[in-house]
Design a protein around this ligand. Structure first.
Ligand code: PLP
Length: 441
């Protein structure tokens, strides 16, 4: 029991800060892997608890009626700047606020928002930024559910889209911006958003974000610029930070590398404060925030993010070196082994690592690929990626089963394509597993 002088469990440092957050030492800016252990949380506010407690509450008590009014002025957008206090758990909570502070660190973003899934992050962002008769310009292919959301659901509300292939050149992107402007003018709307996904799944084609930024700025010289958002799930936040290449918003399925243990579903959006301030009220209205327990698990996950992703990336490099030389392997779609000089140039400018998710082309077709998948002993047969364990799946028969054949052909989703996400197991054990499974093909 605590005596009457002990302060109650209270809000995190983001709001009431008896201790300032340390972000630099001797002029040295601390790295994300250091900041993940304490940034945004002061134990003195929670009985000295080293780790933040999980705040399971649906609502927060106001100290006074005037304080309640002030908090609501933030929620309703009557007052700018960070909120002074928490109101209701559909809007925010202590665990989510700490998580948002830490997530923003990785991309050096102004601010972050966390969501109940990657898709709810994307949907909330789209609902906030796109209006009736507007046009979305996007790279292709996108995550299948994102394509569905844009092409089949937003279209019901008069939103149209134009897409360019992920590997497009500056000229091709320029031409798409011009077409989008013309289409928006014809429909009486605006070009509301440039939405990218890089690398694309399962082709691993990279988008030239710098070229997209230059093209967007040239096509929209005035103040009414469509924001550039990018799904950074596959390489972020460790191996790619697209805000540095000119994106204004980065979107995550935190379910993947950020969560990293295949035990939660969540999403995030990080970026420019003005845009985050537009997306937050939409999340407040529709309640797509992640729950406190998931936020707490993500805080734990972010502490080991660099360790996990580094190990997974090293493992993937070793496994791919083995697979590349194997006679039963027709080819690899791995960012550490790019053939195309233009793609290599984008990689050099945008990425600091090749990731651990790649495409493996087995000699043969579906039957040979299925034999390989069924023979794997360590790698689990499952969709998703970015977990501690190695996963393998067959896009043509699984994630992309409903994609029409001609689009599959265009995207190179062949029957001999196996998608692999390498985990943090011992690399030689993984190689032994792939070796014995290939022997049975
Ligand atoms: C998984 C994934 C999503 C969707 O995220 P959920 O957390 O499953 O909602 C979006 N984009 C990419 C690239 C993904 O891999």
């Amino acid at each position: 029991m605590t005596d009457s002088k002990t302060p109650p469990i209270a809000a995190p440092a983001s709001r009431r800060k008896p201790k300032a957050d340390i972000e630099t030492i001797g002029g040295r800016r601390l790295k994300p892997s250091t900041l993940m252990m304490g940034h945004g949380y002061d134990p003195t506010l929670s009985e000295g608890s080293l780790k933040p407690p999980i705040f399971l509450t649906s609502t927060f008590a106001f100290e006074s009626a005037a304080a309640g009014k002030k908090f609501f002025e933030h929620i309703t957008g009557k007052r700018e700047g960070p909120a002074d206090g928490l109101v209701y758990s559909r809007f925010n909570g202590p665990n989510q606020e700490i998580l948002e502070d830490r997530l923003a660190v990785w991309d050096e973003a102004d601010d972050s928002l966390v969501f109940s899934s990657g898709m709810s992050a994307i949907a909330t962002m789209l609902l906030a930024l796109v209006g009736q008769n507007d046009v979305i310009v996007h790279s292709g292919p996108l995550y299948a559910a994102t394509e569905t959301l844009i092409a089949r659901i937003l279209s019901r509300f008069g939103v149209s889209f134009l897409d360019f292939p992920a590997g497009a050149t500056r000229e091709e992107i320029d031409s798409m911006m011009d077409q989008a402007k013309a289409l928006a003018a014809e429909k009486g709307g605006k070009v509301a958003l440039v939405y990218l996904e890089s690398p694309a799944n399962p082709t691993n084609a990279l988008v030239d974000v710098e070229a997209v930024r230059a093209s967007r700025d040239a096509a929209f010289p005035g103040d009414q610029k469509p924001a550039i958002a990018i799904d950074n799930t596959f390489l972020g936040p460790l191996w790619q930070q697209p805000i540095k290449q000119g994106a204004e918003l980065v979107v995550y399925s935190l379910t993947k590398y950020a969560g990293g243990h295949s035990d939660l579903v969540a999403g995030g959006v990080s970026g420019n404060q003005t845009l985050i301030n537009i997306i937050r009220p939409m999340r407040n209205v529709i309640g797509t925030i992640c729950d406190p327990n998931t936020a707490w698990m993500l805080l734990r996950s972010l502490e080991t993010l660099e360790l996990r992703m580094t190990r997974a990336g090293e493992n993937a490099a070793k496994v791919c070196a083995f697979l590349k030389a194997h006679p039963k392997v027709e080819g690899l779609g791995y960012l550490g082994m790019i053939d195309d000089p233009r793609q290599q140039d984008i990689y050099n400018r945008h990425c600091s690592g090749a990731g651990s998710t790649f495409s493996l082309f087995i000699r043969g077709g579906e039957a040979e690929s299925f034999r390989f998948l069924d023979a794997l002993k360590i790698a689990k047969l499952a969709v998703s990626l970015g977990g501690t364990e190695t996963l393998a799946s067959h896009p043509a028969a699984m994630t992309h089963l409903s994609v029409p054949q001609e689009r599959k052909d265009a995207l190179g989703i062949t029957d001999n394509l196996v998608r692999i996400s390498i985990g943090i197991e011992d690399p030689d054990d993984l190689i032994a597993d792939f070796d014995q499974a290939l022997a049975l093909v």
